[in-house]
Write a protein that binds this ligand. Structure first.
Ligand code: HEC
Length: 113
């Protein structure tokens, strides 16, 4: 009986993730508006130097945080945005750039081969 309840509860959680959490992640309005904008690499680099270079190094070569060269082969745009705005991996803080600034940062991250 208890085992059946646990199974039902697990199934409910799985359903919740499938129906609520995943679609919300896909259609989050901040991510959507960021991805519709085209970013400027130069602005992105300036933003990077001000906000990120202290940890990732002025050439994104890695310091406290990892090197970001080739990061776009490890993470897609949505994951990169999540990395910047979520604050899920301390000590990296949670940033809240305007969508245009986030798009600029993405453009810069894509130049780091
Ligand atoms: C206080 C230090 C700090 C600052 C400031 C910081 N980061 Fe980070 N960052 C980290 C650390 C530490 C990690 C590794 C997190 C982990 O995965 O455990 C990381 C990871 C990342 C990753 C993922 C790297 C990978 O290989 O998957 C990206 C992308 C990133 N940071 C971008 C940025 C950007 C863009 C900014 C500026 C807006 C920034 N970071 C500012 C410390 C920092």
């Amino acid at each position: 009986m208890i085992r059946a309840l646990v199974l039902v509860a697990a199934a409910c959680v799985a359903l919740l993730v499938l129906l609520v959490v995943l679609p919300a992640a896909r259609s989050d309005p901040y991510t959507r508006s960021t991805l519709q904008l085209s970013g400027s690499e130069e602005r992105g680099e300036q933003l990077f130097l001000i906000n990120c270079a202290g940890c990732h190094g002025i050439a994104a070569q890695g310091l406290v945080g990892p090197s970001l060269h080739g990061v776009d082969s490890r993470k897609n745009n949505r994951q990169l945005i999540q990395q910047v705005v979520s604050g899920r991996t301390p000590p990296m803080p949670r940033f809240q750039p305007e969508p245009q600034a986030m798009a600029d940062l993405l453009a810069y991250l894509h130049t780091l081969t």
